[in-house]
Design a protein around this ligand. Structure first.
Ligand code: CO
Length: 470
């Protein structure tokens, strides 16, 4: 594989609470735990899964206290994990076709069986620390040891085939808000809330839709939930067709259609506006907040969903992938059907895996962190960016032959400035044949410390920083 190909290679080794050598200095005030999730193992019998998103879930943990950091990594022990170890795919994955025949198709009735390979995000459900993926199978684990506790069962009647791995925790209402999509005739989007400590999801709103879209994340303000429905949709009947297509291959793009914003009032439980604009695709929302009678919604946009095709492992291996080059974009949306959608780019620097300070969620924010790719040459995630959406300027961190993961901003306790804190990211150093934890100063974006890991970590997706030291 080319340089970044190491980031799509299997790691079998698991480490527990290893003290890392630190080059530079990690601030003493940094106390807590960064837990990250992503694929770590791609083999399948004699071959391998076809798509990056289908690698086996592996948790990565960095515990910070008194200027030191310890590291652990551990695969989730799921049904999928056990099946893969025996050379079977396990239940249906994102893009790797289930190796099943007609009977299995009949058994699954409308959609493929869902996977428990929860390899996308980390969250909290009903007092459990959990790993999530894009179906309603949530896997609990012990944050201290990373050992798998098992699947969490929700105590409610809500059903869906797809559940966004990205959920929002609202720390004023003490609830988590997410989206379930159920395929049928018609299909439904169900927005739910999950009160802290509870396993009973409650319906906020249920919306019928003839061709449901692939929706990876949602927007949340104090009053509203915003679904961004790109014209990348599925006729659920296509899941019944014979053939061995993976889940996402059933979706089709119609670039002549609009992207629709579905704005749902959280209290009234219904859509209050559905403004539309020219087609675009997005995985990730950045933040949303209310301003006067409008909603300000920042996200990372693409002209179409070709990025998904670019992340098949064989295309990555051939070096065809041309970077995570989304555009940081601001939409201003009306909250009734009389207003217009406005759009403006916020940064000239392409990015993906966008994050903000947790202190400005659902409020106006100034800084957005992300990673991005210079398309020329070995183009995959070769810089970190801090975009200032007020001035339009940006700071970049980059180094030769390194590839960058999602940056997580951790505020300094009692900080008043939005960017007073540190940025944590896991970097693959192909020349040094290892990955390292990178600590940047949040304000200057200058390196404070790096801590080399005992191995090369495959690229991951998303993480969260928690105040507890586990
Ligand atoms: Co994501």
């Amino acid at each position: 594989m080319n340089g970044y190909g190491r980031g799509f290679s299997t790691l079998t080794e698991e480490r527990t609470a290893e003290s890392l050598l630190i080059v530079g200095a990690i601030p003493d005030w940094l106390r807590g735990t960064l837990i990250r999730n992503g694929p770590g193992h791609f083999e399948l019998g004699e071959g391998r899964v076809t798509h990056w998103f289908d690698g086996l879930a592996m948790l990565r943990k960095f515990s910070f206290a008194d200027g030191d950091v310890t590291y652990s990594n551990h695969f989730l022990r799921t049904e999928t994990y056990k099946a893969r170890k025996q050379g079977n795919l396990g239940p249906g994955e994102f893009a790797t076709a289930p190796a099943t025949g007609f009977l299995a198709k009949l058994k699954s009735i409308v959609v493929p069986e869902t996977t428990d390979n929860a390899n996308v995000t980390i969250g909290r459900v009903g007092g459990h620390m959990v790993a999530l993926t894009e179906v309603p199978r949530v896997v609990a684990f012990n944050p201290a040891t990373l050992e798998t506790h098992g699947e969490v069962s929700f105590d409610d009647d809500l059903t869906g085939h797809v559940m966004t791995a990205h959920v929002h925790h609202d720390d004023e209402r003490n609830e988590t808000v997410g989206l379930l999509t159920k395929f049928g005739k018609p299909s439904t989007y169900t927005i739910y809330r999950l009160p802290d400590g509870s396993l009973r999801r409650e319906e906020v709103a249920s919306l019928k839709v003839s061709r449901p879209a692939y929706i990876h994340s949602i927007g949340l303000t104090d009053r509203y939930v915003i679904l961004v429905e790109a014209p990348f949709t599925v006729n659920p009947l296509s899941f019944l067709k014979l053939g061995n297509d993976g889940f996402i291959e059933h979706f089709t793009w119609d670039g002549t259609a609009d992207t629709r914003f579905i704005i749902v009032d959280r209290e009234r439980g219904r859509a209050v506006a559905t403004p539309q604009t020219a087609a675009f695709f997005a995985f990730h929302h950045v933040n949303a907040f209310e301003r006067d009678d409008s909603i300000v919604l920042d996200l990372v946009a693409y002209p179409n969903p070709d990025i998904i095709d670019g992340l098949y492992l064989d295309r990555l291996e051939r070096g065809e992938f041309k970077g995570l080059v989304g555009e940081l974009r601001r939409y201003t949306l009306p909250t009734d059907d009389t207003g217009q959608v406005e759009c403006e780019p916020l940064s000239e620097i392409a990015m993906e895996l966008p994050t903000i300070s947790p202190t400005v969620r659902r409020q106006p924010h100034r800084y957005v962190y992300g990673q991005g790719s210079v398309i020329e040459g070995d183009g995959f995630s070769n810089y970190l960016v801090k975009a200032d959406v007020a001035s339009g300027s940006a700071a970049i961190w980059t180094a030769q032959e390194t590839f960058c993961g999602e940056p997580i901003f951790v505020p300094r306790p009692d900080a008043t400035a939005e960017d007073d804190g540190v940025v944590l990211s896991v970097i693959l150093d192909t020349a040094g044949e290892q990955s390292f934890l990178l600590v940047l100063d949040g304000e200057t974006f200058v390196e404070l410390a790096r801590a080399p890991l005992p191995h090369v970590l495959p690229f991951d997706f998303h993480g969260e920083f928690f105040d507890c030291v586990w």
